[in-house]
Design a protein around this ligand. Structure first.
Ligand code: SF4
Length: 700
C-alpha cells in the first residue's frame, strides 16, 4: 500500500464526503482535506475526521469467533466458514431454502450489495433477503416511483440548491446529520433564496431557517395537503405545466381541497398565517424545491406523505425544471446504491423488479442460471426480522445492527435470540454480533476498494488506502468461500472491479443503468451520475464515445411510459398510535451530530463519545414542570412496547406535547425499545417517527 495520500470517501453518511488518507509511521492513519471533491470541498464533520480511529480500535475484531459452550471463542477461518456453510446447508435441507434469511446494510458497497443479493438467490435459493436501508429511504423511493417512474434520492446535484428560489426542508436536520451540506442552504439564503424548515423540534438547522414550521409529529401529510389547498385557493397553480407534463391532477386537487387551512391547523398545530406565508415564499420565486428526509418518511403513511409533497411540487410546476424539484436526503453511506442492486426483497440489480419476467431473464443470463430458479419477492426488513425463529431458522447478517436500529427492538432481539443459527460479518462485536453463533471479522472502508452511490446518484470510487490487519478478510471473500462450500464454485469473485464489471452488465438497460461507468472513469472524473448507459455501438467518428452520466433528471420527460409525472391523490390519516389517556405524549426519534446510526462504529471513538456520551430525553419545560423533572434527572419513557430511561434535557426547542430521543444506544436508554413497527402499506417502512408514550420520573 502507498505511503502517500489516497483520495477516498468517508465511511458514514450519504454525503460521502471526499477525504485523503495517509498512513502514518506509527501505524495510524491521517485524514486530510480533499478540496477537489465538489460535495464537501474538503470540509468534514467530526465523524468523518475521526473515522480512522475505528481502523485501529482496541475493540476491533481480529479473529473469527465461534460459539462454544455458550461463549464466543476464537476460531480459524476454515472452522468458522465450515460452520456457517454447514448450518445454512442443514437449514435448507431440513426446512427449505426460505428458512435461510439474509440481512444486509445500506453501508455496504455496491459490489457487496450486488453479491449479497446474488448469493441469497443463486447459492441459497432464498427469497428472504432485505436490508436496513428499508428503514431509511423506502417511502421516498415508493413515492418517487409512483410520481416520476424512477427513484433517485436527488434528481439534481446538491450544487443546484443555492440557485433555487426557495427550499422547504421537511423532517431533515442536516446541521447534525451531514454538516458539510449546510453550506448549500447557507448559500441559498446568501443568494436571496428562502429556507423553510418543517420539524417538530427547533433543530440547529431550523435555527438557520427563514421560517420554521413546528407540526405535531406524524402530521406532515396534512400539512402538505393544506399547502396545496392554499395554492389552489390562491390561484398559484401552474396550469400550463400541469397540462403539458403531468397526469391525474383532478383527483389530487379534489383530495387537497378537502383539507381546509383551519382544519389543517387543528391537525398539525401550524397556524394558518404560517401556512399562507409558506405558500407565498414557495410560489413567488421562479424555482423552488421540496427536500424530505426521515421525518415525513418514517411513518406508516410515509409513501402518501411523500406523494403529497410531490403533488405540491407538480401543481406549482416545480419538478423537472432547473433548480426545482422534489428530492430525498438519503441517510446511509450507500443508501442510494444499496437499494439499486439486489439486496432489497423485491429487486434485482439495476433497480429491476424481481417479479418482472424480462428483468429475471436478463439478470439470470448474466448470472448463468435458469430464470425459473430465481425465487420471487420476499419479506420486508421488519417482517423478516419478525419471522426469525419461526419461518426463518438461520440468518446471515452483514453490515447491520438491528438489535439497536430496528423498531420494537426488544422484540427483534428476542426473535434473533430464538434463531437456530446466526452468522454476522462485522468489524466490531456489535450488540447483534454478540448474539451470533459465528462472527467473521471483515475489512472496512479504508482497507478495501469499492463503489458507493451518494444521495445525488453520483457513483464514487472508494479506494483502499491501507493494508487490513492480519486475520481479517473482505465480505466478498466471505461470500466467495461460502458459495464454494455450498457447491457454487464460480460467479463470486473477490476482486471488487471484477464484481463491478458484472454489475455493469446486470444493470444495463435497467432504470439504474451503470453499464457506461468504469473504475477508470470513476477515478478520473470524481464520480459519475447514473443512469449512465453504454454508448451506442456505432459511434460516429469524432463523436464522444462515452455517456456523460445524468446529473439532472426529468428536464425533458419523466421516467413514466408517457413521460408525464403522476399526481397521486392522498388524504390525511392519523398515525397508527395516537396519544390517549394512558400514553398522552408523542415520541419522535433521530440522530445527534457526534454519533452515527446504531453507533456500532462511532461509539468506539473516544472523541465522539466525549461529545455525545449517551442517550437523553428532550422535553419542553412545561412537560418537565408537570412531571417535576429537572435538567439531568433520569426520566422513563414508556410505550406499549417497553420502557427506556435517560437523563432529561429540557429545552424550549420542542413542542410541549412531544419528547425526542436519539437512537444510537443499547441498554436502558435504547430509543427503539419504544418505537412502533406499524408498517406503511406500500414501502413497508416502520413508524419510527411517532408513537404514543408516557413520561415518568425515576427514583435513583
Ligand atoms: Fe462523513 Fe457524512 Fe460527516 Fe461527510 S457529513 S464527514 S460523509 S459523516
Amino acid at each position: 500500500m502507498p505511503n502517500s495520500a489516497t483520495p477516498t470517501h468517508c465511511p458514514y453518511c450519504a454525503l460521502q464526503c471526499g477525504m485523503n488518507l495517509t498512513p502514518a509511521p506509527d501505524g495510524t492513519v491521517e485524514v486530510s482535506e480533499r478540496a477537489d471533491f465538489p460535495v464537501n470541498r474538503g470540509a468534514l464533520c467530526g465523524k468523518g475526521r475521526t473515522a480512522p480511529a475505528v481502523l485501529s480500535s482496541r475493540v476491533r475484531l481480529t479473529s473469527p469467533l465461534v460459539r462454544s459452550g455458550g461463549t464466543l471463542v476464537p476460531a480459524t477461518w476454515d472452522e468458522a466458514l465450515d460452520r456457517i456453510a454447514g448450518e445454512l446447508s442443514r437449514t435448507r435441507t431440513e426446512h427449505g431454502p426460505d428458512a435461510c434469511g439474509v440481512f444486509g446494510g445500506g453501508g455496504l458497497t455496491n459490489e457487496k450489495a450486488y453479491t449479497l443479493g446474488k448469493f441469497a438467490r443463486v447459492v441459497l435459493g432464498t427469497s428472504q433477503i432485505d436490508y436496513n436501508g428499508r428503514f431509511c429511504m423506502s417511502s421516498a423511493a415508493a413515492g418517487g416511483m409512483k410520481a416520476f417512474g424512477l427513484d433517485r434520492g436527488l434528481p439534481f446535484p446538491l450544487e443546484d440548491i443555492p440557485k433555487s428560489g426557495c427550499v422547504i426542508l421537511v423532517g431533515s436536520n442536516p446541521a447534525e446529520t451531514m454538516p458539510p451540506s449546510l453550506r448549500f442552504f447557507t448559500e441559498l439564503r446568501e443568494n436571496g433564496g428562502t429556507l423553510i424548515v418543517v420539524d417538530p423540534r427547533r433543530t440547529r438547522t431550523a435555527e438557520q431557517a427563514d421560517l420554521h414550521l413546528m407540526p405535531r409529529p406524524g402530521t406532515d401529510l396534512a400539512l402538505a395537503l393544506g399547502l396545496l389547498h392554499l395554492v389552489v385557493a390562491e390561484g398559484r397553480t401552474d396550469e400550463a405545466y400541469i397540462a403539458e407534463r403531468t397526469a391525474g391532477w383532478e383527483d389530487a386537487r379534489a383530495a387537497a381541497m378537502a383539507h381546509w387551512p383551519e382544519y389543517v391547523e387543528r391537525i398539525t398545530g401550524v397556524p394558518v398565517p404560517q401556512l399562507r406565508e409558506t405558500v407565498r415564499l414557495f410560489c413567488e420565486p421562479e424555482s423552488a424545491m421540496v427536500l424530505t428526509a426521515r421525518g415525513p418518511e418514517q411513518q406508516s403513511k410515509g409513501t402518501d406523505t411523500v406523494s403529497a409533497w410531490i403533488n405540491l411540487c407538480l401543481a406549482t410546476g416545480r419538478a423537472g425544471r432547473p433548480f426545482s424539484g422534489y428530492g430525498c436526503l438519503t441517510g446511509q453511506g450507500n443508501g442510494q446504491g444499496g437499494r439499486e442492486h439486489g439486496q432489497k426483497a423485491d429487486q434485482l440489480p439495476g433497480y429491476r423488479k424481481l417479479d418482472d419476467p424480462a428483468a429475471r431473464a436478463h439478470v439470470a443470463e448474466v448470472w448463468g442460471v435458469d430464470p425459473d430458479s430465481l425465487p420471487g419477492p420476499g419479506r420486508s426488513a421488519y417482517e423478516l426480522l419478525d419471522a426469525l425463529g419461526t419461518d426463518i431458522k438461520s440468518l446471515l447478517l452483514m453490515g447491520s445492527n438491528p438489535v439497536v436500529s430496528a423498531p420494537h427492538a426488544a422484540h427483534v432481539e428476542e426473535r434473533i435470540r430464538s434463531l437456530d443459527f446466526l452468522a454476522v460479518c462485522d468489524v466490531v462485536l456489535s450488540e447483534t454480533a454478540a448474539l451470533a453463533d459465528v462472527v467473521l471479522p471483515v475489512t472496512q472502508w479504508a482497507e478495501e476498494t469499492g463503489t458507493t452511490t451518494n444521495l445525488e446518484g453520483r457513483v464514487l470510487l472508494r479506494r483502499q488506502a491501507i493494508t487490513p490487519p492480519d486475520g481479517i478478510r473482505g465480505d466478498l471473500e466471505v461470500m466467495h468461500e461460502l458459495a464454494d462450500r455450498l457447491g457454487v464454485e464460480k460467479g463470486f469473485p473477490t476482486d471488487p472491479e471484477e464484481v463491478f464489471e458484472e454489475l455493469r452488465r446486470a444493470s444495463a438497460g435497467g432504470p439504474a443503468d451503470y453499464s457506461g461507468i468504469t473504475y477508470r472513469r470513476l477515478a478520473e472524473e470524481n464520480g459519475v451520475f447514473w443512469p449512465c448507459p453504454m454508448p451506442e455501438k456505432d459511434v460516429p467518428a469524432g463523436a464522444e464515445d462515452v455517456h456523460p452520466g445524468t446529473a439532472r433528471l426529468f428536464l425533458d420527460r419523466f421516467a413514466t411510459p408517457d413521460g408525464r409525472a403522476r399526481f397521486v391523490p392522498v388524504s390525511h390519516r392519523a398515525i397508527a398510535e395516537e396519544p390517549d389517556e394512558e400514553y398522552p405524549v408523542l415520541l419522535t426519534t433521530g440522530r445527534v451530530v457526534a454519533q452515527y446510526q446504531s453507533g456500532a462504529q462511532t461509539r468506539r471513538v473516544d472523541e465522539l463519545n466525549a461529545a455525545a456520551p449517551g442517550p437523553f430525553v428532550e422535553l419542553h419545560p412545561r412537560l418537565a414542570e408537570r412531571l417535576g423533572a429537572a435538567e439531568g434527572d433520569p426520566v422513563a419513557v414508556v410505550s406499549r412496547r417497553g420502557r427506556a430511561v435517560a437523563p432529561a434535557r429540557i429545552t424550549l426547542g420542542i413542542r410541549p406535547d412531544t419528547v425526542f430521543m436519539p437512537f444510537h444506544w443499547y441498554g436502558e436508554g435504547r430509543a427503539n425499545t419504544l418505537t412502533n413497527p406499524a408498517l406503511d402499506p406500500t414501502s413497508r417502512m416502520p413508524e419510527f417517527k411517532a408513537c404514543a408514550v408516557r413520561v415518568e420520573t425515576v427514583e435513583r
